[in-house]
Design a protein around this ligand. Structure first.
Ligand code: NAP
Length: 549
């Protein structure tokens, strides 16, 4: 039989989630791991999205790892190239390069019920065996193109915002921009000055608030470099403000009316034409869709070379684009800013669980996991930025770091249980967690605000956003509650795995304290117990291979 590389942990993806997982593994003293990356470099969505104007709408001092503060951010909202460079530096500083397997796209990963490990086949023909898989492929990795009839008849250039064709010169061209999401509102002001004519196909107007972007001066950077606590304080302030906003989104959406007035005032300042203002004014509660931040979007729309078609792209007839309302537009190029496969994560089709079912089949009625991480039927497998871990108003890096705490504890628990064991999320625990999340979701602006968004799946269930503060999620993922898992052990002979230890009852509410748990059922040959929880990592120092071996 062929010998395959066998590792303790395989991390899939090398964006913020995958690199963060890799750093955390090394800090936990685990060096027997690989990071499988389908592209030729690290960076995830910040590598793939190179469209003009691409930047983060979360302030940089919050949109970075707590263990890798960066005093050198050039702007309050830094651009894609700086975020990508930051991730490259993280890979270097924390000794992640030796673990990287670039150009290793996962074709399929299967749980082997006999050997009790994951067998991962990559598109380049290699096979890697891993005891544990940490899937960090992210929700924004696979571009979504709408199925527009006649698109294949278009003679011009067509590309997606996340696959920008830099070889195509837009200068003087008639460009159709499809969509008005976070990507499109950055692209529009960036390309408007050089295109001949820009036609924006707006299916739903977004709420747009001003973005207080500015350069961070030398003195400010010097201060953060020489007195690091000032950077920490800045991060803390940015975090605290956003935490205070959460209850408006989750409990009191009517209170968001005031924010709508600010957004409308910003629009009125930039757009003098009442007809255009009417087209651009949303009819749903602010926050229902992601609130977009830009101080240049509305001014760009007011320019004479821009048209807004208040209707979606419905059909293409050669070089004529037809909107749902019948408006016809001639174009040389179409740019799709139509988002990503979020609620139908393509990686789920490639994960095959204990009974041969794929994760996509398991998630057919909607994505569901335990604490955003694990899924019933998929032992020793977890995901970073899984179901209901998204945020409407703060930094996803905070959520990722919470999930890394959970991952670290999961691996500690497995170590205590010994070789040949796996933790399998109990279906009742998964259901309980999701029921409680959905219960909390009922009052939120995402569910009640009167819009349709990619936060909701095709069944109208919100499987993407976390209905609480980041502190709530930090508490809910501090450690693994073994009551929520079956501890299964590899069979001595060829037979399905048997449950050797199981705790019944007891689970924590989302963001809440543990509910009363029943005593663990007596286990014949295993005694699962929580291992002491390590303190979270503090401010970082460079980590080298030698330092953590
Ligand atoms: P998105 O938010 O999913 O927006 C897709 C847009 O395409 C929507 O406006 C949608 O309209 C529109 N659309 C789809 N089909 C259409 C059609 N046939 N005709 C016209 N419009 C159509 O995608 P995105 O802008 O790429 O953003 C995705 C996510 O990426 C964001 O929510 C955010 O999480 C992230 N992102 C973040 C930043 C950042 O600064 N942090 C920047 C960019 C992206 P409807 O609204 O009617 O559905």
């Amino acid at each position: 039989m062929a010998q395959h590389e066998h590792v303790r942990v395989a991390v899939i993806g090398s964006g913020f989630g995958g690199l963060g997982a890799a750093v955390r593994l090394r800090r936990e003293g685990i060096t027997d791991f690989v990071v499988l990356e389908r592209a030729g470099s690290v960076g995830g969505t910040w590598r793939d999205n190179t469209y003009p104007g691409c930047a983060c709408d979360v302030p940089s001092h919050l949109y970075s790892f707590s263990f890798a503060p960066n005093s050198e951010w050039p702007r309050t909202f830094s651009g894609q190239e700086h975020i990508r460079a930051y991730l490259e530096r993280v890979a270097d500083t924390f000794g992640i390069r030796p673990h990287l397997r670039l150009n290793h796209e996962v074709a399929v990963m299967r749980w082997d019920t006999e050997a009790f490990n994951w067998v991962i086949e990559t598109a380049n023909g290699s096979t890697i065996v891993a005891d544990v898989v940490v899937s960090a492929t992210g929700p924004l990795s696979d571009p979504k193109m709408p199925d527009v009839p006649g698109l294949d008849t278009f003679p011009g250039e067509v590309f997606h915002s996340a696959r920008w064709n830099h070889d195509y010169d837009l200068t003087g061209k008639r460009v159709a921009m499809i969509g008005t999401g976070a990507s499109a509102i950055q692209i529009v002001p960036a390309i408007q000055p050089r295109v001949g004519r820009l036609t924006l196909f707006q299916r739903t107007p977004p709420w747009v608030m001003p973005r207080a972007d500015r350069a961070i001066g030398k003195a400010e950077r010097w201060l953060h470099r020489t007195v690091p606590v000032t950077g920490t304080a800045r991060r803390g302030l940015l975090w605290g403000i956003r935490e205070l906003q959460v209850s408006a989104f989750t409990k009191y959406p009517d209170g968001l009316g005031l924010i709508e007035s600010i957004a409308k005032a910003g629009m009125a300042r930039a757009i003098k034409d009442p007809a255009l203002r009417a087209k651009l004014t949303p009819s749903y509660r602010i926050g229902c869709k992601r609130i977009l931040l830009s101080s240049t979007y509305y001014p760009a729309l007011a320019r004479p070379n821009v048209d807004v078609v208040a209707s979606g792209l419905a059909e293409v007839r050669g070089s004529t684009l037809v909107a749902s309302d019948g408006t016809e537009t001639e174009a040389d190029a179409i740019v799709f800013g139509t988002g990503f496969h979020v609620t139908d994560m393509p990686i789920a089709e490639r994960v095959v669980g204990a009974d041969g079912t794929t994760l996509a089949e398991t998630w057919k009625g909607g994505m569901r996991s335990l604490r955003g991480a694990t899924a019933a039927g998929f032992p020793n497998w977890m995901t970073i930025i899984g179901p209901n871990t998204g945020l409407g108003n703060s930094s996803m890096i905070l959520m990722i770091e919470s999930q890394l705490n959970y991952m670290a504890d999961y691996l500690r628990q497995l170590k205590v249980l010994g070789a040949g064991t796996a933790l399998a999320a109990r279906p009742a625990a998964v259901d309980g967690w999701n029921d409680r999340v959905q219960q909390r979701m009922k009052r939120t602006v995402w569910n009640t605000g009167g819009c349709t968004s990619w936060y909701l799946d095709e069944n109208g269930r919100n499987t993407t956003v976390w209905p609480g503060t980041t502190a709530d999620f930090r508490r809910a993922t501090r450690s693994v509650d073994l009551a929520e898992y079956d501890v299964i052990r590899a069979p001595a002979t060829a037979r399905p795995p048997t449950v050797v230890a199981q705790r019944s009852g007891g689970s924590r509410t989302p963001g809440g304290a543990p509910q009363a748990a029943q005593e663990p059922a007596a286990a014949p040959n295993a005694a699962p117990r929580a291992v002491p929880h390590a303190k979270n990592a503090g401010p970082d120092r460079p980590v080298t291979e030698e330092a953590t071996r």
